[in-house]
Write a protein that binds this ligand. Structure first.
Ligand code: NAP
Length: 248
């Protein structure tokens, strides 16, 4: 991990759950973390948890809004001299049906928000981060927090548009790996696909789903692991599940 010390990592969705755990883990490892979220005041509270030599700075950013992403990444470029790691972590799920054939259909806004945050925001943030790495001639690392729902469709009610969005994360990760290889780039791209993780997303109506779950720190450890591989090694996909979690 020494080569990342003092480098800048942008973590989207840093205000909660997995993104908060990743931000603290990377700051402990010596990185300067820029945590993006709409609730940036929650990111500010994370800095007190850092035990290592790195730091966490918050920037308010709604990644469903392209103009917000552009101005935020411009500001990072100016204040931090470029981006070395991007963790595309922000995500939303609206537990409802795709159509009104079921009894709880998603609104149009919820459908659009799922695609805007989970897919569009991820792609636009990645374009800014790769541009920054190219400008610096630095071989950085893009890490996409995907899901097991990016690889199969869970037979659970209400994860439908979410699964479609996470399959797009799988496709985008592979397409980006191909494009970077086509141009001889050594920037790494990794998809990390967790099973259930104990966060707000794994609650329904404020009640935790009664299934085996990982902790957010398990995914932060996974991010730390993929970053610690040698520059010549790229882990393209890593699925992480709690022991005894079933494929549903
Ligand atoms: P979470 O606790 O609900 O956190 C979601 C994060 O996304 C929050 O920090 C939230 O910040 C941010 N976010 C949502 N909309 C945003 C927007 N428009 N602009 C900027 N940030 C936005 O959920 P989590 O479980 O940690 O989820 C993190 C990632 O892990 C997601 O990509 C999710 O799909 C994935 N994942 C989760 C599980 C699980 O079981 N928990 C399993 C597999 C994969 P603000 O609200 O402050 O903006």
């Amino acid at each position: 991990m020494e080569r990342w010390s003092g480098k800048t990592a942008v973590v989207t969705g840093a205000s909660s759950g997995i993104g908060a755990a990743i931000s603290v883990k990377l700051a402990d490892a010596g990185l300067r973390v820029v945590g993006l979220a709409r609730s940036s005041h929650l990111v500010d509270q994370l800095h007190a948890k850092v035990k290592g030599v790195g730091s966490i700075t918050s920037l308010k950013c709604d990644i469903s809004k392209p103009e917000d992403i552009t101005s935020t990444f411009q500001s990072i470029e100016q204040k931090f001299d470029g981006i070395h790691v991007l963790v595309n972590n922000a995500g939303v799920i609206y537990p409802a049906h795709i159509t009104d054939i079921g009894d709880s259909p998603m609104s149009n806004d919820e459908v659009i928000s799922t695609l805007d945050v989970n897919v569009k925001g991820m792609i636009l943030c990645t374009r800014h981060a790769v541009a920054s790495m190219k400008k610096q001639n630095f071989n950085g690392h893009i890490i996409n927090i995907n899901s097991v729902a990016g690889h199969y469709i869970p037979f659970l009610p209400n994860t439908n548009v979410y699964s479609a969005s996470k399959h797009a994360v799988t496709a985008f990760t592979k397409a980006l790996i191909n494009e970077l290889a086509q141009f001889g780039s050594s920037i790494k791209v990794t998809s990390i696909s967790p099973g259930l993780v104990r966060t707000k997303m794994a609650q329904r109506d404020g009640v935790e789903i009664d299934l085996p779950m990982l902790e957010p720190s398990d995914i932060a450890d996974t991010v730390h692991y993929v970053l610690s591989t040698p520059p010549t090694v790229n882990i393209t996909e890593l699925t992480v599940q709690r022991v005894s979690e079933k494929r549903i």
